[in-house]
Design a protein around this ligand. Structure first.
Ligand code: PLP
Length: 484
């Protein structure tokens, strides 16, 4: 092997294969509707098809791409299928994927302003744009005492919020000496599990997370929250953090922010608002009531990587007081010192997140916002909500089925009146068929089916087909029993 020999891909090959990959993705989007939505492979099947040893010598790119088709595709659950109605969506779009590609190509590591000023400044600018686009409180803008940053996930955003709350409550002493077991956090029984994880990571201890009961619409009860805070204070504990949700994962319940926010202000607690999926709805003025009371929050997040046509990962996280967040997470070893940081004139986003390194995520978001424009985004969000509402009306009109929760936006929770076994059988039949993908939850301790409309290319016909398949799957199942 000569010293000058190179195994790198040449620019010519990169161009050629780059085109092949983009073609592959475009073809995939054209045929995704014909593929089984939920991957039908058995555990271990994909691994068994892979060579036991890595290649000693490099392989032709064509062969690698062919293996994506032959070996990987069968093990893909098609989140980009228009008949994907499970969980919450993780929708993508052409401009987002191309922005991601450019970001990978530039290979920027944006931990400091100085390591790529555009990476930081585009992000700051877009997060300010989004404050206007969603009509969020002005205090979240970088031009105020607050500001926004892109996190990898809502889970990371919530963890950062909890850490800042912990530090604020202890006058920044927990960072130095650890927690003493007295700090208490609050969420509802319906809050996403990422809060439980954050409480464990932040050292509060799971026993110090209070799950507050909810009302008939599965929203947190402020009176129960107030009582629990009072009990904890009487027990000598230190309440410090509340997480309210705009659009819970199980049922899209919207916690009453004005009441919870006023209580947090009166009690000096940090209020974090998690609007992971539903925040996107606020693009449309007619849905903005979901954010009533948000001006009382200390932090907020929503995920363009769920419902705003921006591929994972992209969570927009805002704080009203960036100094509290930066004070909590800031580190400055000698090797990161630089003039721009010392000048105080720049944001170094490594101080706003858990990891040091960070990707150029704002590029894909910029592409999406510029491609669609505000009106384009609104159009598709409105369409998804309208389709979900149409579906909810079909459920209500069919006396074999019932709605299991209010459906304020794009998620419909419903069940067959035949009971637990019937609903389980419907779910299994549908998901085994590959025609569509639904997931479930438990509401009032009853198995509940969820249909969430949010995939980029879902149209009226896909939702109509889903309803037809659901009713078809239900036919003849009623004798399975009435155990609820
Ligand atoms: N919060 C809510 C309400 C969610 O529904 C989810 C995921 O579905 C999350 C947080 C976690 O999101 P991420 O995967 O971005 O951490």
């Amino acid at each position: 092997m000569s010293e000058n020999q190179s195994f790198h891909m040449t620019p010519e090959d990169f161009r050629r294969y780059g085109r092949a990959v983009v073609d592959w993705i475009a073809d995939y989007y054209e045929r995704v509707e014909s593929l089984p939505v939920l991957s039908q492979v058995a555990p271990g099947e994909i691994r068994a098809s892979l060579p036991p040893q890595p290649p000693v010598h490099g392989e032709p790119f064509d062969a690698i791409l062919q293996d994506v088709e032959d070996l990987i595709l069968p093990g893909i659950t098609h989140w980009q299928s228009p008949s994907f109605f499970a969980f919450f969506p993780a929708n993508v779009s052409g401009p987002s994927v191309l922005g991601e590609l450019l970001s990978a190509g530039l290979g920027v590591q944006g931990m400091l302003w100085a390591t790529s000023p555009a990476c930081t400044e585009l992000e700051t600018h877009l997060l300010d744009w989004l404050v206007d686009m969603l009509d969020l409180p002005a205090g979240f803008k970088s031009t105020s005492a607050g500001g926004g940053v892109i996190q990898d996930s809502a889970s990371s955003g919530s963890l950062c919020a909890l850490l800042a709350a912990r530090e604020r409550a202890t006058n920044y002493a927990s960072n130095e000496r650890g927690c003493d077991g007295r700090l208490v956090a609050y969420s509802s029984t319906q809050t996403h599990s990422s809060i439980e994880k954050a409480v464990k990571i932040a050292g509060l201890g799971r026993d110090n997370l209070r799950l507050i009961e909810v009302d008939d619409a599965f929203a947190m009860r402020p009176d129960a929250l107030a009582r629990q805070i009072e009990r904890d204070r009487q027990a000598g504990l230190m309440p410090c953090f509340v997480c309210a949700t705009v659009g819970t994962t199980s049922s899209n319940a919207i916690d009453p922010l004005p009441e919870i926010g006023s209580l947090c202000r009166a009690e000096g607690l940090w209020l974090h608002v998690d609007a992971a999926m539903c925040g996107t709805a606020a693009l449309c003025p007619e849905f903005r009531a979901i954010h009533d009371g948000l001006e009382l929050a200390d932090s907020y997040c929503f995920n363009p990587h769920k419902w705003m046509f921006t591929n994972f990962d992209c969570d927009c996280f805002y704080v009203a007081d960036r100094a509290a967040l930066i004070h909590t997470l800031s580190i400055l070893p000698e090797y990161l010192r630089n003039q721009a940081t010392e000048s105080g004139a720049v944001f170094d986003y490594r101080d706003w997140q858990i990891p040091l390194g960070r990707r150029f995520r704002s590029l894909k978001l910029w592409f999406v916002i510029r491609h669609y424009g505000i009106e384009g985004l609104r159009h598709h969000v409105r369409r998804h909500v309208a389709l979900a509402q149409e579906f909810a009306a079909w459920v209500e009109a069919d006396d074999r089925f019932e709605l299991a929760a209010p459906a304020p936006l794009n998620l419909v929770c419903f069940r067959h009146r035949g009971g637990e076994a019937v609903n389980q059988a419907i779910l299994d039949r549908l998901n085994r068929s590959g025609d569509l993908y639904l997931t479930h939850t438990r509401l009032n301790d009853q198995l509940t089916l969820r249909l969430c409309v949010g995939q980029t290319h879902t149209e009226s016909r896909h939702v109509a087909q889903a309803w037809q398949r659901i009713t078809h799957a239900a036919a003849g199942l009623s004798e399975l029993g009435t155990k609820r």
